[in-house]
Design a protein around this ligand. Structure first.
Ligand SMILES: Cc1cc2nc3c(=O)[nH]c(=O)nc-3n(C[C@H](O)[C@H](O)[C@H](O)COP(=O)(O)O)c2cc1C
Length: 336
């Protein structure tokens, strides 16, 4: 029998599929369904500092509005958003209930603004029983005076301070838009990060050409989007000692197998379970088990990293060599 149990952030997890932050992890019903289907851990929706400060419901309104004009959402699994991470007390209650009721690690997610806010709320999340804290770092360096090294230094210092403040593991959900990601990953590890979550999926605002208004756009991911975190996981595996998690584009058993082969400790799911429901996780785990049997893998730990950059016969395939080859491989006839 193949062994699906493994570890993530030093925590024991019964399977390598983790439910990432989404409206599904914002309700106890959603959480229970995900755990029943076999996720090894859950990440709650982020606690947003500015929401607490301004008691704003803007994010919820945005999510609700986008959910209603997203054609996938009407027959999908978007739960009611009334309870979606509003205010610290409700968040802390939800976290405490999840910790009490679920027999999997419950990871809280925090998106702070001020350093004081990051530290204060991180402490509250740890005190409420979170098994770990995921820092959802969402900063766009749009100021032309923002220096790249300052952006990185700020992030590294922040993670270092959060890690020093709490006695639970701290993961960092990173943006892919850093110039020297491998170096940053190592600096984050040195600062105390226990895990890197690749990657934060930014929602890009759209422009309505009739009204010329900027409109929010929330489109669920497609499997093709997994290739970006897949490459970076393969590159970072063995180069950093932190746990690695892939989030974005994991939609089926094959996506989970690829994540593990590249070197991820776990594969995270949001879009796929929002689209097809939490029970999808059970069929993903069945498919993973079958695939592992067919390829003679006894355990997730045994297969992890077998196709990382360090393990494959052509390590260059993950970097430049692949670029030219891919561009010149286009052979589809072009319509006149
Ligand atoms: C409706 C919705 C709400 C989300 N809320 C959060 C959040 O609160 N915090 C966070 O870090 N990520 C959030 N995410 C991002 C997901 O956790 C995940 O990283 C992203 O959707 C990519 O994974 P996927 O391809 O499996 O969807 C949200 C995603 C969706 C679709």
């Amino acid at each position: 029998m193949t062994e699906l149990a493994t570890t993530y952030l030093g925590l024991d997890v019964s399977s390598p599929i983790v439910a990432s932050s989404s409206p599904l992890t914002g309700t106890m019903d959603g959480l229970r369904a995900l755990v029943d289907a076999g996720v090894g851990a859950v990440v709650l929706p982020s606690l947003f500092e500015e929401q607490i400060v301004h008691e704003s419901r803007d994010l919820v309104t945005m999510l609700e509005e986008t959910a209603s004009f997203n054609p996938e959402a009407s027959d999908g699994y978007f739960p009611e958003l009334d309870d979606y991470n509003t205010g610290p007390d409700r968040y802390l209650d939800h976290l405490a209930e999840a910790v009490r009721e679920l027999d999997v690690p419950v990871i809280a997610s925090l998106n702070g603004v001020s350093i004081g806010g990051w530290l204060r709320y991180a402490r509250q999340l740890a005190d409420a029983g979170a098994s770990a804290i995921e820092c959802n770092v969402y900063r766009l360096a749009v100021d032309v005076d923002d220096q790249p090294w300052e952006v990185e230094d700020d992030l590294v210092n922040l993670v270092g301070e959060v890690a020093e403040t709490v006695d639970v593991p701290v993961a960092v959900k990173l943006s892919p838009y850093f110039t020297a990601l491998a170096n940053l990953a190592r600096r984050l590890e040195d600062a105390g990060a226990a895990g890197l979550v690749l990657f934060n999926r930014f929602y890009q605002p759209d422009i309505d050409v009739d009204t010329r208004a900027v409109v929010p756009s929330l489109v669920l991911s497609s499997p093709h989007e997994q290739l970006l975190p897949l490459r970076w996981t393969a590159v970072l595996h063995g180069r950093v000692g932190t746990s690695l998690a892939i989030t974005t584009g994991v939609h089926d058993a094959e996506g989970v197998a690829k994540a593990l082969l590249a070197g991820a400790d776990v594969a995270m799911v949001a879009s796929a379970v929002l689209r097809h429901g939490p029970s999808l996780v059970a069929s993903m785990l069945d498919g993973l088990q079958t695939w592992m049997d067919e390829h003679d893998y006894d355990s997730v730990d045994q297969l992890r990293g077998s196709a990382s950059q360090a393990a494959v016969s052509d390590p260059d395939a993950f970097v430049r060599a692949n670029y030219l080859q891919t561009l010149t491989s286009w052979s589809t006839p072009i319509p006149a």
